[in-house]
Design a protein around this ligand. Structure first.
Ligand SMILES: Cc1ncc(COP(=O)(O)O)c(C=O)c1O
Length: 465
């Protein structure tokens, strides 16, 4: 064995202590640390990798060169995109995931654990056992895998097996209907060969991002004989709006479509009793995507993928039959349902955090985050120079400066983020440049929200003429 490697093995205890010290120095500062650091002033280093330095020296170099530039995106003051941090139990699970280093497609215990964890989360989300599920790397992959199942279904409806015979014959015929799809839906359609341009936008309800169901029905009734795919939102990114799943379930009884729900973050409405009404009827979906690395607050990267049609999904993702990968028949062979063959043990952090904090813990996190978002929305609504651009239904606050205030919203965003005490991200909503606040971190509380509002107020005031 290489002598440096041998020494590292002997010193594994000290090496892991070093990792713990580095981790704690990040976590201890997380509540106050800058949420956005650039890397433009980093020193330029060239690393000599001829002989190797050993893990302890590598950690020293990491700590001096890279660690100081790590943004506190996992902290309570980062409100960009929809992120979330990592609960203590999720972190514990993630550390152990790396330690055990299991191939979660081959080892029976990881497959059993994944099945058990998927079932626990079905219960958390109020979904029945009609839904098969697996862990994938994120919301994008979850949408893509579910839409692959949808595509396979559409081919089947037309007497074809796309997974075997190729996929080029439905272009222009297979439509995907959605009102406010996330960008990852377009990406998925491109990957899957359905094509971005075959997504047809359904009208939205007035002043909403939700689908106008009457308009959807009009479109469905043009070619009622053709199968199609409807992608619905459980939480749009700009305003956290939800489609009407009860109405969609009723339409499903009349028309031939696969209903996919993108609940990457909004699926968590199901866990807090004041918000479950938002997902009423979502059990009529054929497939659902829900991220774990967002509101569940587990480390990247993890998401749930639920489907009522595992057989179709398997037709798409079946690995070529090779004797060396034959399972024992008793173990759930997840690799035949998802893109990756070798898979990280993603269910472990998710299992730890749910066992640790339970349904009540998650109801509290989601309820608190939503309540704080609501409160911020009300404060913005009352502010003389700010416009709240959409009702706060869940955890997203979307706002801009009032048109007659003379303040540029882009300049306001720069000023707010320039504080480097909070971080918000931009969007365009109702044809206006706007600012989004997404509250999804388990650490975010009243103190953080008061600070955020004060920073917004001060920045607005400093830009007033
Ligand atoms: C509604 C929605 N769908 C899908 C995604 C994509 O998720 P991921 O970034 O985990 O791939 C996101 C992420 O922001 C989202 O908000």
């Amino acid at each position: 064995m290489n002598t440096i490697l041998k020494k590292d093995l002997e010193e594994i205890d000290e090496i892991l202590e070093g990792a713990k010290t580095t981790a704690l120095s990040y976590l201890d500062d997380l509540n106050e640390a800058a949420p956005n650091l650039g890397v433009s002033n980093m020193s330029k280093e060239t690393w000599n990798i001829e002989t190797g330095l050993g893990a302890k020296k590598a950690l020293e170099l990491f700590n001096s060169h890279y660690a100081p530039y790590i943004s506190a995106t996992a902290g309570p003051n980062f409100y960009g995109y929809v992120t979330g941090g990592s609960t203590p139990a999720a972190l514990l699970g993630d550390w152990l995931t790396s330690t055990y280093d299991q191939v979660s497609s081959v080892t029976p215990i990881t497959a059993k654990h994944e099945s058990d964890t998927i079932a626990l989360y079905r219960e958390l989300f109020g979904l029945s056992s009609d839904f098969f599920g697996s862990f994938v790397t994120g919301g994008t992959t979850s949408n893509m895998v579910n839409l692959a199942g949808a595509r396979q279904w559409a081919y089947q409806q037309m007497g074809q097996d796309g997974s075997k015979n190729g996929l080029d014959t439905l272009s222009g015929i297979l439509k995907v209907l959605a009102a406010t799809p996330h960008s990852s839906t377009y990406k998925s359609l491109s990957i899957l060969g359905i094509g971005r341009d075959n997504l047809e936008l359904v009208n939205r309800l007035p002043d909403r991002e939700a689908m106008d169901i009457a308009d959807l029905e009009k479109r469905l009734s043009i070619h009622p004989e053709r199968p199609c795919i409807v992608v619905a939102s459980a939480g749009t990114v700009n305003t956290g709006d939800f489609d009407d799943f009860i109405a969609l379930g009723n339409l499903k009884k009349k028309y031939k479509f696969w209903l996919h729900i993108d609940g990457a973050f909004g699926g968590f409405a199901a866990v807090a009793k004041d918000y479950t009404y938002l997902v009423n009827g979502w059990e009529s979906a054929d497939s659902i995507a829900i991220d774990a690395h967002k509101w569940l607050n587990v480390p990247y990267d993890a998401a749930f993928q639920y489907t009522k049609h595992p057989t179709l999904q398997r037709q798409v993702f079946q690995n070529g039959n090779v004797p060396y990968l034959e399972g024992d028949g008793a173990t759930q062979d997840f690799m035949n349902y998802v893109p990756e063959n070798s898979r990280r043990w993603r269910s472990l952090p998710a299992w730890f955090t749910l066992l640790a904090y339970g349904k009540e813990g998650y109801a509290e996190i989601v309820g608190r985050n939503c309540h704080l978002a609501q409160e911020l929305g009300n404060r913005i609504k009352e502010h003389a120079q700010l416009d709240l651009l959409g009702e706060v239904r869940l955890n997203i606050v979307c706002f801009a400066t009032k048109i007659d205030s003379g303040i540029d919203t882009k300049a306001l965003l720069e000023k707010i983020n320039g504080s480097n005490k909070v971080f918000l991200t931009p969007t365009v909503y109702k044809n206006r440049f706007a600012i989004r606040v997404a509250v999804s971190n388990w650490r975010t509380g009243q103190k953080e929200m008061d600070t955020l509002f004060q920073i917004i107020v001060n920045a607005t005031q400093s830009l007033s003429k």
